[in-house]
Design a protein around this ligand. Structure first.
Ligand code: PMV
Length: 360
């Protein structure tokens, strides 16, 4: 699938060498993307909060080369990471049409995460979007008059081809990806800023990430998405995501936190229900994930506070709550939930406004 709007005009300048750097945050989906069509097109629309503290910082150094093909090295915290290379090579192959300079340079990709390495937090969203942003920044230097699409739109388009959910990490703080008939401007190709009213209850919304299991992902998201092909509940699930987004449009307008909780938790459990009912089936929650969920439900019932959870494709729990209830909820998390985390590790985050260029 070729999307001509993202193919650049011939570049006007050339740089021998240089460097660019970007920081890009992670994001957490409220309505989940699980299942895709070819070319990284989502099977259903998703909507996510962009985070603030969990991010990847990437510096891209480039120098002119004369050899053919792609040439790059990848470093994480200063240590060479050859195991990242196949994924990046695949990314470059997918995007070369849109960034013809990829074969002109040797690249040194230096990256680090603000969250603990192998914490079970997906670094592919923040990592791929940081890399895409660096590449679009370099393209901007080669062609300052590039006007066909906006900078963020091209970065999101490219990031999606690296890792689907990465297209939701370019901007903040509420992002829609995937065509939805009631969201103007929504697209399967890029993440867009949620275009409608957002009630003040969601200002500075908090996400405390409980690191229940910091191990390597047992099932890659590529394998997981593929299991939605031929899944017996796939069509109902994809339709449900559309309906849940419709409900969320109303929730974001009115600030109805009880309705928000019911959508967000149902989405998390549905994601895991899809995994538990695919062929082959798998369970990514751990006993401590369930302990935490049950404690959240009990605490919510007792206090009436608007605390809820969501999950990614793993055992870690994202605890979501409004800022104005944060002191009591943070205390509860520390006294009753953190004990279920591996080495009592957790990360306090809030909504953020997206990726930032880093001066180097
Ligand atoms: O971007 P991927 O291919 O790693 O898929 C992400 C899938 C989930 O994190 C489980 C859900 C989502 O929408 O972020």
């Amino acid at each position: 699938m070729i999307v001509s709007e993202f193919i650049p005009k011939p570049y006007k300048s050339f740089l021998e060498s240089g460097s660019v750097a970007y920081s890009s945050p992670s994001n957490i989906a409220l309505v989940k993307y699980w299942g895709k069509k070819d070319y990284q097109i989502p099977a259903n629309p998703s909507i996510s909060f962009t985070l603030n503290n969990c991010k990847t910082l990437t510096t891209l150094k480039f120098s002119k080369k004369t050899t053919k093909g792609f040439s790059f090295d990848v470093f994480l915290d200063g240590v060479v990471q050859n195991e990242f290379k196949p994924k990046i090579k695949q990314f470059f192959e997918r995007i070369e049409l849109y960034l013809p300079f990829l074969t002109w340079y040797h690249f040194k990709i230096e990256t680090s995460n603000t969250f603990p390495h192998s914490s079970g937090i997906a670094s592919s969203a923040s990592g791929m979007s940081a890399l895409a942003l660096c590449l679009v920044q370099l393209e901007q230097y080669l062609n300052p008059e590039r006007t066909k699409t906006s900078f963020n739109k091209k970065a999101s388009f490219l990031a999606r081809l690296g890792s689907g959910s990465a297209c939701r990490s370019v901007q903040g703080n509420l992002i829609v990806w995937g065509l939805h008939s009631n969201i103007i401007g929504s697209s399967d190709l890029v993440g867009i800023k949620y275009p409608y009213e957002i009630h003040s209850s969601f200002n500075n919304f908090c996400d405390t990430i409980l690191l229940v299991d910091k191990g390597e992902k047992e099932v890659s998201s590529t394998v997981g998405h593929d299991l939605m092909y031929g899944h017996p509940f796939a069509q109902q699930r994809f339709a449900q995501a559309h309906t849940n987004i419709d409900t969320l449009i109303e929730v974001f307008k009115t600030g109805d936190l009880s309705a928000f909780i019911s959508i967000v938790e149902r989405e998390a459990l549905t994601l895991h229900a899809m995994m538990m009912s695919s062929d082959p089936y798998f369970i990514l929650m751990k006993p401590n994930t369930l302990e935490i969920i049950n404690k959240i439900w009990k605490f919510r019932k007792k206090t009436g506070l608007h605390i809820c959870f969501t999950l990614d494709a793993g055992a870690n729990v994202h605890v979501l709550f409004p800022k104005n209830e944060s002191s009591e909820i943070r205390q509860f998390i520390k006294s009753s939930l953190v004990m279920h985390c591996q080495n009592e590790q957790f990360i306090e985050d809030t909504l953020g406004d997206g990726a930032k260029s880093i001066k180097i």
